[in-house]
Design a protein around this ligand. Sequence first.
Ligand SMILES: Nc1ncnc2c1ncn2[C@@H]1O[C@H](COP(=O)(O)OP(=O)(O)OP(=O)(O)O)[C@@H](O)[C@H]1O
Length: 812
Amino acid sequence: MQLNLEQKKLIQLEPSGHCLVKGVAGSGKTTVAIHRVPFLMNQYCHEKDDKILLVTFNKTLLNYIKYLYEKVENPDEQVGMAEMMAEEVKVDIRTIDSLVFTYYRKAKPGADVKIASTSDSYRIMSKAIHLMAEKEKTHKIINQKNVQFLIDEVGWMDACLIETLEEYQQVDRIGRATNVMEKTPQKLLKNSEVRAAVFKVKEAYESLLAQESFSDFRMMNKVALTVPIRESEQYTHIIIDESQDLTRAQLEMVKRLYKTKKYSSLMFIADNAQSIYPHSWLGKGRSYTTLGLDMSGKSRSLAKNYRTTTQISEAAYSLLEKDVNLQLDTDYVKPSLVDRKGSYPIYRHFATMEEELEHVKSSIQSLLGEYRLNEICIIAKEKRAAEEAQQFLVKYQVPCAYLDKNDPSFDSDKVKVTTMHSIKGLEFRVVFIICLNDGVIPYTSGALEEDNSLMESDDRRLLYVGMTRANEILYLSSHKKPSSFIREIDVNCLRFRRDCCLKPLYRVAVTAFLKKDKILDLYAKEEVIRQWVLKELIDSYGYKEEMIVLEYPVVAFSQKGYADLVVSIYHQGRQVPYVLVETKKYQAGIADAVKQAASYMQALATVRYCLVTDGYDLKIFDRDMDELDDLPRFNYSMLPDTIERYRFKSYRNHPDMLYERDSNEPGVITLKSIDSGLTLDVEEVTEVPVFGDVAAGLPKDVNAAMKDSFTLPRKWIAHSKNTFLLEVAGDSMKDAGIDVGDFVMVNHQEYADNGQIVVALLDEEATLKKYLQMGDSVLLIPENAKYEPINVKPDQVRINGVVIGVLKKVSR
Ligand SMILES: Nc1ncnc2c1ncn2[C@@H]1O[C@H](COP(=O)(O)OP(=O)(O)OP(=O)(O)O)[C@@H](O)[C@H]1O
């Protein structure tokens, strides 16, 4: 991989304290982190106690980074893990949780660590609410219905290091989220009774936890922060990947581990568009000054996504654009597209999970050969759904493994399955995002008004993270009712299936139906499917509405039927059916329709393709009933041709060339080189008449006699007033390349040199012949073995003009 200039600059940035690298998904942030470590090791670790720390957010990413170190082949940088470990300079690559745990252990050496499970927390919070209600009349938010909300709120306070009621009453509650089921959202105003009540329940809950010797990661973080850190434990250089995901407490922990030296550095690497945790501190638009770090003049951006194709990026960015919170965030880097062509994401909706997984399975099978199993990953928001997918695939003998945080074995030849949260930082050539269902993503049932919008933002970014994990192919799917985020993705960026222009099935409103006069029953279920295909043929394939006919009559085996839809094109001047479509109501099955379409194709000789669909299944065939990926798109050769094309042959030393005129644009002509097909300059032009009959000489009234006229380049002609065209009616000059239907350009004159082709007037007839005068006889020689030369006296013949060129009709 050739790193770009921006990336190189960041890798080799001279350390000068804290700095921020902002970048869009796939812009090489982790790549920069990986390459910066050996750079710092070689250039900026001057003293024996110098150490480097690379912090990742989760364990999967940590393993992935270690795995990448093994894969990077750059002898100059010596970044292989083994080399790094062998170096004297100590390099630690750690998850933030493991760092925190190390210091918690120091505070409580030897103590049993009893982490409260979800059900423990639930039970204890429920007890705290009960005890409070028993003791005093409290605010209505302190209610058994809100257990989850209160657990979350307490966790949020810990994550944000809020220790006192005063602090809590003052803090902006950005980034909180909850799963509470209460239906009426309310506000958690500053300096309010409700905040006071929540703070009280926090104290009760924590004391109950302590009574049962329980802890959790956030409480452990608070304890860890109390441990004094020795200088020898500190790092000269710290790089924090995905720093938008860290809580305030975690960020404070990292800061404490930083040793300030003249040449030390603290690099935050972040993408706020990928901030997906409600408790994170910086990802919610909070400034670094809240950590005592002024980033002015110290932040840089990477805006180009190297990971995904332009098409996938376009779809993912169209989703992000709907995130109002993000658009207001000053640390948000607007992504720019790189030109890496591929296919648009495929989106399919299903009635059941079973059908959805069946689609995943068959899609995986169709990818094999092109992709290895370990290049494919399936992700779901909920772990349950991911596990169900894994079990389903295993049941159908598709080798498949849940991505294990502790032993991710990225190389094992199995499809990987994981959650959207765990796939952060990773990438796969093919990604399936499943269960994009309403109610799952976004999850919005917060007790508080603010929560719904924040939870929606977090979930939108989560989907964005998932979408931007795909290098080449992205499948999105849902069942029951689709997530509202599907509608937020620009529909032009989604496809029904791979390598096919058709957009996913959508419902056209009856009022917007096309060709209503041909529809027998506007409310028929199959009409929904036909209107989708009809609209797609126009919008995505570019066919003109007037080329499409509904209920096209077909006589097959002496029986008359009607094809649901036919696209007609012009072929050799005739309008003929070209594409045939048979539609069925949603999920009705298409086997019968395929047979029907095949028999219609037999009956309609000009039909080259057929498409059969019930909105669920879709097949496209050619005339031989071989299955195809897609239909051809519209091109102008399918319309009646308004352009006449001629090959111009000159008898006056002009080069041969192609001449075109368009009946839609009178007076405009195009000249093209015969060899290269390139368009040539047309300078001055002149109008030249076409006469039908010149037997009696040139007509006096040119306008009346003119059958047509041609606009011709002025330089092809000697005198425009003296030039006319004749349409050739006979074949006597065939061997000279002058055929029936050609137009000869004639210079009107009454004399000719021997060998010239002339228009000769003979017995009140005009004829085209080669002129040869010998003594007192004139030979008019045909160029066709069928005809004899005509021998006449000079006074029996009149020359009307000399042929100076021929316009010979050519087909396109
Ligand atoms: N200059 C480059 N040229 C080509 N490929 C690149 C370049 N920089 C990075 N890549 C590739 O782009 C992909 C994304 O890189 P990386 O994971 O470092 O990005 P990131 O910004 O950390 O992404 P994310 O935040 O989405 O996890 C990787 O496959 C990486 O090898």
